[in-house]
Write a new protein. Structure first.
Length: 331
Protein backbone atom coordinates (compact mmCIF):
# COMPACT_ATOMS: atom_id res chain seq x y z
CA UNK A 1 0.00 0.00 0.00
CA UNK A 2 1.21 3.51 -0.79
CA UNK A 3 2.18 5.58 2.23
CA UNK A 4 1.72 9.35 2.59
CA UNK A 5 3.24 11.55 5.28
CA UNK A 6 0.78 14.34 6.11
CA UNK A 7 1.41 17.55 8.03
CA UNK A 8 -1.42 19.73 9.31
CA UNK A 9 -3.76 16.77 9.60
CA UNK A 10 -5.17 17.90 12.94
CA UNK A 11 -6.37 21.16 11.36
CA UNK A 12 -9.36 22.03 9.21
CA UNK A 13 -8.15 21.41 5.66
CA UNK A 14 -5.64 18.79 6.77
CA UNK A 15 -8.37 16.75 8.43
CA UNK A 16 -10.30 16.64 5.18
CA UNK A 17 -7.10 15.76 3.29
CA UNK A 18 -6.49 12.83 5.66
CA UNK A 19 -9.94 11.49 4.86
CA UNK A 20 -9.45 12.00 1.13
CA UNK A 21 -6.08 10.23 1.15
CA UNK A 22 -7.56 7.23 2.95
CA UNK A 23 -10.45 7.25 0.49
CA UNK A 24 -7.96 7.22 -2.41
CA UNK A 25 -6.25 4.12 -1.01
CA UNK A 26 -3.33 5.67 0.89
CA UNK A 27 -1.95 4.66 4.26
CA UNK A 28 -1.51 7.93 6.14
CA UNK A 29 1.19 8.83 8.66
CA UNK A 30 -0.16 11.95 10.30
CA UNK A 31 2.10 14.41 12.11
CA UNK A 32 0.64 15.77 15.37
CA UNK A 33 2.15 17.76 18.23
CA UNK A 34 0.14 15.80 20.76
CA UNK A 35 -1.36 12.40 20.16
CA UNK A 36 -4.70 13.15 21.90
CA UNK A 37 -5.37 15.97 19.42
CA UNK A 38 -5.49 13.51 16.57
CA UNK A 39 -8.49 11.65 17.93
CA UNK A 40 -10.90 14.58 17.74
CA UNK A 41 -13.13 16.26 15.20
CA UNK A 42 -12.62 15.47 11.54
CA UNK A 43 -10.35 12.53 12.29
CA UNK A 44 -12.82 10.62 14.45
CA UNK A 45 -13.02 7.01 13.31
CA UNK A 46 -10.36 7.45 10.63
CA UNK A 47 -7.69 4.76 10.37
CA UNK A 48 -4.42 6.71 10.29
CA UNK A 49 -1.05 6.33 11.99
CA UNK A 50 -0.51 9.29 14.31
CA UNK A 51 3.12 10.30 14.72
CA UNK A 52 4.22 12.70 17.45
CA UNK A 53 6.36 15.63 16.31
CA UNK A 54 6.34 19.08 14.71
CA UNK A 55 8.12 21.20 12.14
CA UNK A 56 10.47 22.73 14.71
CA UNK A 57 14.18 21.89 14.52
CA UNK A 58 14.90 18.44 15.93
CA UNK A 59 11.22 17.55 16.26
CA UNK A 60 10.53 15.90 12.91
CA UNK A 61 9.93 12.13 13.26
CA UNK A 62 12.45 10.91 10.70
CA UNK A 63 11.50 7.24 10.99
CA UNK A 64 7.94 8.10 9.91
CA UNK A 65 9.13 10.00 6.84
CA UNK A 66 11.61 7.37 5.69
CA UNK A 67 10.55 5.62 2.51
CA UNK A 68 7.12 7.20 2.07
CA UNK A 69 5.67 7.59 -1.42
CA UNK A 70 4.22 11.08 -0.93
CA UNK A 71 4.60 14.03 1.42
CA UNK A 72 1.55 16.26 1.63
CA UNK A 73 2.45 19.44 3.47
CA UNK A 74 -0.70 21.20 4.65
CA UNK A 75 0.57 22.67 7.93
CA UNK A 76 0.99 26.43 8.04
CA UNK A 77 0.50 29.52 10.15
CA UNK A 78 -2.46 31.68 9.12
CA UNK A 79 -2.29 34.36 11.83
CA UNK A 80 0.77 35.92 13.44
CA UNK A 81 2.03 39.18 14.95
CA UNK A 82 5.02 39.63 12.64
CA UNK A 83 6.60 38.58 9.37
CA UNK A 84 9.25 36.64 11.29
CA UNK A 85 6.58 34.62 13.10
CA UNK A 86 5.03 33.70 9.76
CA UNK A 87 8.43 32.87 8.27
CA UNK A 88 9.40 30.56 11.12
CA UNK A 89 6.57 28.18 10.23
CA UNK A 90 5.62 28.83 6.61
CA UNK A 91 9.12 29.28 5.19
CA UNK A 92 11.72 27.85 7.56
CA UNK A 93 9.42 25.07 8.81
CA UNK A 94 8.78 24.05 5.22
CA UNK A 95 12.51 24.08 4.48
CA UNK A 96 13.25 21.87 7.47
CA UNK A 97 10.67 19.36 6.27
CA UNK A 98 12.12 19.46 2.75
CA UNK A 99 15.67 18.89 3.91
CA UNK A 100 14.71 15.95 6.13
CA UNK A 101 12.49 14.42 3.46
CA UNK A 102 15.17 14.81 0.78
CA UNK A 103 17.39 12.50 2.84
CA UNK A 104 14.71 10.07 3.94
CA UNK A 105 12.30 9.83 0.99
CA UNK A 106 14.02 11.39 -2.04
CA UNK A 107 11.75 9.67 -4.57
CA UNK A 108 8.49 10.80 -2.99
CA UNK A 109 6.27 13.39 -4.60
CA UNK A 110 6.09 16.56 -2.49
CA UNK A 111 2.67 18.24 -2.57
CA UNK A 112 2.94 21.66 -0.98
CA UNK A 113 -0.25 23.44 0.05
CA UNK A 114 0.40 27.14 -0.36
CA UNK A 115 -2.22 29.89 -0.72
CA UNK A 116 -3.54 32.33 -3.29
CA UNK A 117 -2.01 34.95 -0.98
CA UNK A 118 1.41 33.79 -2.26
CA UNK A 119 0.40 34.88 -5.77
CA UNK A 120 -1.35 38.06 -4.72
CA UNK A 121 -4.68 39.61 -5.73
CA UNK A 122 -5.95 39.74 -9.29
CA UNK A 123 -5.44 42.84 -11.40
CA UNK A 124 -8.01 44.48 -13.63
CA UNK A 125 -10.63 41.87 -12.86
CA UNK A 126 -8.61 39.10 -14.53
CA UNK A 127 -8.12 35.86 -12.57
CA UNK A 128 -4.51 35.11 -11.66
CA UNK A 129 -3.16 32.23 -13.77
CA UNK A 130 -0.42 29.65 -13.24
CA UNK A 131 1.95 31.58 -15.50
CA UNK A 132 1.61 34.94 -13.71
CA UNK A 133 4.49 36.21 -11.61
CA UNK A 134 3.72 36.09 -7.86
CA UNK A 135 3.20 39.44 -6.14
CA UNK A 136 2.21 38.81 -2.52
CA UNK A 137 1.10 41.91 -0.64
CA UNK A 138 0.90 40.69 2.97
CA UNK A 139 3.25 39.12 5.49
CA UNK A 140 1.27 35.91 5.27
CA UNK A 141 1.44 35.87 1.47
CA UNK A 142 5.15 36.64 1.47
CA UNK A 143 5.91 33.82 3.91
CA UNK A 144 3.87 31.37 1.84
CA UNK A 145 5.70 32.44 -1.32
CA UNK A 146 9.01 31.89 0.49
CA UNK A 147 7.79 28.39 1.36
CA UNK A 148 7.11 27.81 -2.34
CA UNK A 149 10.61 29.02 -3.20
CA UNK A 150 12.05 26.55 -0.70
CA UNK A 151 10.23 23.71 -2.49
CA UNK A 152 11.56 24.87 -5.86
CA UNK A 153 15.09 25.22 -4.48
CA UNK A 154 15.45 22.13 -2.30
CA UNK A 155 13.32 19.33 -3.72
CA UNK A 156 14.96 17.26 -6.42
CA UNK A 157 12.10 14.84 -6.93
CA UNK A 158 8.62 15.62 -8.29
CA UNK A 159 6.83 18.49 -6.57
CA UNK A 160 3.51 20.24 -7.00
CA UNK A 161 2.59 23.56 -5.39
CA UNK A 162 -1.16 24.05 -4.93
CA UNK A 163 -2.64 27.45 -4.06
CA UNK A 164 -6.19 27.19 -2.68
CA UNK A 165 -8.58 30.12 -2.61
CA UNK A 166 -10.86 30.52 0.41
CA UNK A 167 -11.66 27.03 1.74
CA UNK A 168 -14.91 26.53 3.66
CA UNK A 169 -16.96 23.68 5.04
CA UNK A 170 -17.25 21.40 8.09
CA UNK A 171 -14.63 22.23 10.70
CA UNK A 172 -13.76 25.67 9.29
CA UNK A 173 -13.05 28.35 11.88
CA UNK A 174 -12.26 31.03 9.30
CA UNK A 175 -15.83 31.77 8.19
CA UNK A 176 -17.34 30.58 11.46
CA UNK A 177 -17.74 34.14 12.75
CA UNK A 178 -19.92 34.99 9.75
CA UNK A 179 -22.19 32.06 10.59
CA UNK A 180 -22.31 33.00 14.26
CA UNK A 181 -23.18 36.61 13.50
CA UNK A 182 -25.82 35.52 10.99
CA UNK A 183 -27.37 33.33 13.67
CA UNK A 184 -27.60 36.44 15.86
CA UNK A 185 -29.24 38.48 13.14
CA UNK A 186 -26.53 40.80 11.80
CA UNK A 187 -23.37 40.61 9.67
CA UNK A 188 -20.77 43.36 9.15
CA UNK A 189 -19.51 43.40 5.55
CA UNK A 190 -16.08 44.94 4.81
CA UNK A 191 -15.12 45.59 1.17
CA UNK A 192 -18.48 44.30 0.02
CA UNK A 193 -17.74 44.61 -3.71
CA UNK A 194 -14.51 42.62 -3.47
CA UNK A 195 -14.84 39.29 -5.30
CA UNK A 196 -13.22 36.08 -4.10
CA UNK A 197 -13.22 32.49 -5.22
CA UNK A 198 -13.83 29.80 -2.69
CA UNK A 199 -13.87 26.02 -2.63
CA UNK A 200 -15.55 23.40 -0.48
CA UNK A 201 -13.16 21.54 1.82
CA UNK A 202 -14.10 18.09 0.52
CA UNK A 203 -13.38 19.03 -3.10
CA UNK A 204 -10.13 20.77 -2.14
CA UNK A 205 -9.02 17.71 -0.17
CA UNK A 206 -9.84 15.37 -3.04
CA UNK A 207 -7.70 17.49 -5.36
CA UNK A 208 -4.73 17.33 -3.00
CA UNK A 209 -5.10 13.58 -2.51
CA UNK A 210 -5.20 13.03 -6.27
CA UNK A 211 -2.24 15.35 -6.82
CA UNK A 212 -0.22 13.02 -4.56
CA UNK A 213 -0.72 10.29 -7.18
CA UNK A 214 0.26 12.43 -10.16
CA UNK A 215 4.02 12.88 -10.54
CA UNK A 216 3.32 13.68 -14.20
CA UNK A 217 2.00 17.06 -13.00
CA UNK A 218 5.29 17.88 -11.29
CA UNK A 219 6.66 21.40 -11.44
CA UNK A 220 3.30 23.17 -11.51
CA UNK A 221 2.04 25.98 -9.33
CA UNK A 222 -1.70 25.43 -9.55
CA UNK A 223 -4.74 27.23 -8.22
CA UNK A 224 -7.52 25.41 -6.44
CA UNK A 225 -10.97 27.00 -6.40
CA UNK A 226 -14.55 26.45 -7.50
CA UNK A 227 -15.48 28.21 -10.76
CA UNK A 228 -17.97 30.63 -9.21
CA UNK A 229 -16.66 33.98 -8.01
CA UNK A 230 -18.67 35.72 -5.29
CA UNK A 231 -18.55 39.20 -3.78
CA UNK A 232 -18.08 39.47 -0.03
CA UNK A 233 -21.48 41.15 0.20
CA UNK A 234 -23.17 38.33 -1.69
CA UNK A 235 -21.32 35.72 0.37
CA UNK A 236 -22.53 37.34 3.59
CA UNK A 237 -26.09 37.52 2.25
CA UNK A 238 -26.09 33.87 1.20
CA UNK A 239 -24.66 32.75 4.53
CA UNK A 240 -27.43 34.76 6.21
CA UNK A 241 -30.11 33.05 4.15
CA UNK A 242 -29.19 29.72 5.70
CA UNK A 243 -29.71 30.97 9.23
CA UNK A 244 -33.48 30.64 9.14
CA UNK A 245 -33.89 34.38 9.63
CA UNK A 246 -33.07 37.54 7.69
CA UNK A 247 -29.88 38.99 9.15
CA UNK A 248 -29.13 42.64 8.48
CA UNK A 249 -25.97 43.43 6.53
CA UNK A 250 -23.89 46.37 7.75
CA UNK A 251 -21.35 47.72 5.23
CA UNK A 252 -18.01 48.63 6.82
CA UNK A 253 -16.20 51.54 5.09
CA UNK A 254 -12.64 50.90 3.93
CA UNK A 255 -11.27 53.55 6.28
CA UNK A 256 -12.89 51.80 9.22
CA UNK A 257 -11.46 48.43 8.13
CA UNK A 258 -7.99 49.98 8.11
CA UNK A 259 -8.44 51.59 11.51
CA UNK A 260 -9.78 48.38 13.05
CA UNK A 261 -6.82 46.48 11.64
CA UNK A 262 -4.43 48.98 13.18
CA UNK A 263 -6.24 48.80 16.51
CA UNK A 264 -6.02 45.00 16.55
CA UNK A 265 -2.32 45.20 15.75
CA UNK A 266 -1.83 47.45 18.77
CA UNK A 267 -3.71 44.92 20.89
CA UNK A 268 -1.36 42.23 19.60
CA UNK A 269 1.66 44.26 20.64
CA UNK A 270 0.24 44.89 24.09
CA UNK A 271 -0.82 41.29 24.74
CA UNK A 272 1.88 39.56 22.65
CA UNK A 273 -0.80 37.29 21.27
CA UNK A 274 -1.86 37.04 17.63
CA UNK A 275 -5.39 38.06 16.61
CA UNK A 276 -7.51 36.69 13.73
CA UNK A 277 -7.64 40.20 12.25
CA UNK A 278 -4.95 42.86 12.21
CA UNK A 279 -3.39 45.46 9.91
CA UNK A 280 -1.85 42.77 7.71
CA UNK A 281 -5.21 41.05 7.21
CA UNK A 282 -6.84 44.43 6.55
CA UNK A 283 -4.34 44.96 3.74
CA UNK A 284 -5.53 41.73 2.09
CA UNK A 285 -9.20 42.65 2.48
CA UNK A 286 -8.68 46.08 0.91
CA UNK A 287 -6.48 44.85 -1.96
CA UNK A 288 -9.33 44.33 -4.43
CA UNK A 289 -10.48 41.11 -6.08
CA UNK A 290 -8.92 37.75 -5.27
CA UNK A 291 -9.70 35.76 -8.40
CA UNK A 292 -7.74 32.76 -9.69
CA UNK A 293 -7.99 30.25 -12.53
CA UNK A 294 -8.60 26.82 -11.03
CA UNK A 295 -9.75 25.18 -14.26
CA UNK A 296 -6.38 23.72 -15.39
CA UNK A 297 -5.88 21.77 -12.15
CA UNK A 298 -9.52 20.64 -11.94
CA UNK A 299 -9.34 19.30 -15.49
CA UNK A 300 -5.94 17.64 -15.00
CA UNK A 301 -7.15 15.82 -11.86
CA UNK A 302 -10.61 14.97 -13.21
CA UNK A 303 -12.34 16.62 -10.27
CA UNK A 304 -16.11 16.23 -10.06
CA UNK A 305 -18.19 19.37 -10.67
CA UNK A 306 -18.30 21.72 -7.73
CA UNK A 307 -21.48 21.71 -5.68
CA UNK A 308 -23.32 25.02 -5.76
CA UNK A 309 -22.33 27.59 -3.17
CA UNK A 310 -25.82 27.53 -1.67
CA UNK A 311 -25.67 23.74 -1.24
CA UNK A 312 -22.21 23.99 0.32
CA UNK A 313 -23.30 26.69 2.76
CA UNK A 314 -26.38 24.67 3.70
CA UNK A 315 -24.15 21.70 4.54
CA UNK A 316 -21.85 23.96 6.57
CA UNK A 317 -24.81 25.30 8.56
CA UNK A 318 -25.90 21.74 9.32
CA UNK A 319 -22.43 20.76 10.49
CA UNK A 320 -21.97 23.84 12.70
CA UNK A 321 -25.36 23.26 14.33
CA UNK A 322 -24.69 19.55 14.94
CA UNK A 323 -21.24 20.31 16.38
CA UNK A 324 -22.56 23.08 18.64
CA UNK A 325 -20.16 25.65 17.23
CA UNK A 326 -22.74 28.40 16.72
CA UNK A 327 -23.20 29.01 20.44
CA UNK A 328 -19.63 30.17 20.99
CA UNK A 329 -19.16 27.61 23.77
CA UNK A 330 -17.13 25.25 21.60
CA UNK A 331 -13.49 25.87 20.39
Amino acid sequence: MRIAFLTGGTGFLGGHVARALVGEGWRVRLLARKRPQAGAGLLDGLDVDVVAGELAAGRLPESAIAGVDAIVHVAGLTKARSLEDYREVNARGTERLLEASARLAPRAIFVHVSSQAAAGPSAGGRPVSESDEPRPISWYGLSKREGEEAVERVWRGPWHIVRPGVVYGPGDRGLLQYFRMAARGWIPVPAGRTRVQIIGAERAALALARAASRPDLAGRRSFLCDPEAVSLEDLARRIGEGSGRRPRLFPVPDAVVGLLGLAETLVERATRRSRPFNADKAKEILAGDWLCDGRPLAEALGLPPARSLDEGLKAAWAWYRAAGWLTGKTL
